[in-house]
Design a protein around this ligand. Structure first.
Ligand code: FAD
Length: 431
């Protein structure tokens, strides 16, 4: 059985009956490995496209980043990634497709939630990105036309409008994306799992894939309890891949992120701070992000230096940062602290890789995966069914793309933190 993650989401999401492990030998058109948002959305849409789908999860749906994230539905790529970066990385045609997919991804999440009646604390009142310095404000403002060009429903809020929307004094102006919002991530994952099963997906929990070998025209996957023979395999394991496929593991840099949730805050604060329940993530390199949970707690987080006792450190560090950046809060107690792992890529863009004939992997949604994975899954369904040729797929389908100098690059997320923090502090004060 899956161990507890200690997250607030686990505490407030109604328990779901566990999905039984795979038992014995079965066949399928396609087997998907990993039941996070990406695997769940891909499985749901593949079943809707008429495929016979088996979805294998080593724990239970939402065990990975999908059940532990902050639940921000962000229909935009990372602030520093402009359309020209995407064109440079994948060419104009694919860049155009990806940017449009991202722009529509907020609507996709909330539409899916509505269609399948998923009860997951969904609030679509926009996503806010205030600048943390004058310099960042100018850069963000310069980016707005390109966002609009890519179809993102963004508008500009000046300093006063941002202060009114957030209830936080001293912020600079910034962007509001109206189709963004927030969800309770574990509840969303469990809802997607129910929708996938209702569409015909055979979902097995506590079924880690331990071996994967070519067999005839397809692949044979082994778990401790059984085997699946399928024509096609889609890996959606994110950063938690282990040693199963070294090429896949080498294609991303794992980055550990921590979250805290405070005590339940006084009701009056909910009227003044983020009064629309629109989540906020600023432009700092080490982003300051904040949201309300459905039960009236503030949730924030980020990265923590690689020292012993990182969870305890996260409790202290993020409580202090919250008190500093949102003046006037009561003394903060971090009732919950938890951690999860992001699959990062050097260009912050996702990958679609063919590791061998019939063995593909979608990976690398970085820290913007809630909406992107959901929308990407919608594309993966018909693609797996052969209705979308490779050339027409939203992402370029490439061979395995290992991160160059991965061992050194892998140290990046931890080494860069003090540099980012110093840079952010300097900018906020002097620029
Ligand atoms: C703390 C944190 C906060 C974040 N906040 C946000 C946010 O607010 N907004 C946003 O857009 N993004 C956010 N992200 C990123 C987002 O959560 C991820 O991009 C997204 O959830 C990735 O989904 P996934 O399905 O690809 O991976 P995952 O959810 O990690 O799923 C992969 C699954 O594969 C399973 N698996 C692995 N190996 C095997 C195997 N051999 N056999 C069977 N199963 C296997 C794992 O158990 C896991 O359940 C955050 C991430 C973290 C960690």
């Amino acid at each position: 059985m899956t161990e507890a993650t200690g997250s607030l989401w686990e505490a407030i999401t109604p328990p779901a009956p566990p999905f039984a492990p795979l038992d014995g030998a079965v066949t399928a058109d396609v087997v998907i490995v990993g039941a996070g948002f990406l695997g769940l959305s891909a499985a749901l849409h593949a079943a809707m496209a008429g495929l016979d789908v088996v979805l294998l999860e080593s724990h239970q749906p939402g065990f990975g980043a999908s059940g532990r994230n902050t639940g921000f539905v962000v229909p935009s790529l990372k602030a520093s990634i402009g359309p020209t970066d995407v064109v440079r990385a994948m060419g104009e045609t694919h860049a155009d497709r990806l940017l449009r997919l991202v722009a529509g991804s907020g609507a996709e999440v909330f539409g899916l939630i509505a269609r399948h009646g998923i009860d997951c604390g969904a609030v679509q009142n926009g996503w806010l990105q205030p600048a943390h310095s004058r310099q960042a404000e100018a850069a963000l403002r310069g980016r707005l036309p390109r966002l609009l060009q890519a179809g993102v429903d963004a508008d500009w809020l000046d300093r006063d409008a941002m202060a009114a929307r957030t209830g936080i004094a001293g912020l600079h102006g910034g962007i509001r994306v109206a189709s963004g919002g927030q969800i309770t991530p574990l509840a969303y994952a469990r809802g997607l799992a129910r929708a996938a099963v209702a569409a015909g997906v055979r979902l097995h929990g506590d079924s880690p894939v331990t071996a994967l070998i070519p067999d005839g025209a397809g692949w044979r996957l082994s778990t401790p309890g059984g085997q699946v023979l399928a024509r096609r395999v889609l890996m959606t394991t994110n950063a938690l891949i282990g040693d199963l496929l070294p090429d896949l593991r080498a294609s991303v840099i794992p980055a550990r992120v921590f979250q805290i949730a405070t005590q339940v805050m006084p009701g009056s604060l909910r009227q003044s701070l983020l009064p629309d329940m629109a989540p906020v993530a600023d432009t700092r390199r080490h982003t300051f992000a904040l949201r309300w949970s459905p039960d009236g707690r503030l949730v924030t987080g980020g990265m923590v230096p690689p020292l012993p006792g990182r969870l305890a450190l996260a409790r202290r560090q993020f409580a202090r940062r919250l008190a500093r950046l949102v003046p006037g809060l009561p003394p903060i107690r971090a009732d919950y602290a938890w951690t999860g792992v992001i699959a990062g890529t050097l260009d912050f863009l996702p990958r679609m890789m063919r590791l061998a004939p019939g063995l593909e992997a979608a990976i690398g949604c970085n820290g913007r995966g809630v909406a992107l994975t959901t929308a990407l899954g919608r594309e993966l369904g018909p693609w797996l069914a052969g209705r979308i040729p490779d050339d027409d797929f939203v992402l370029p389908v490439t061979a395995a793309r290992p991160v160059p100098f991965r061992r050194i690059a892998g140290l990046g997320p931890d080494l860069i933190l003090p540099v980012w923090s110093a840079h952010d502090a300097f900018e906020a004060r002097f620029r």
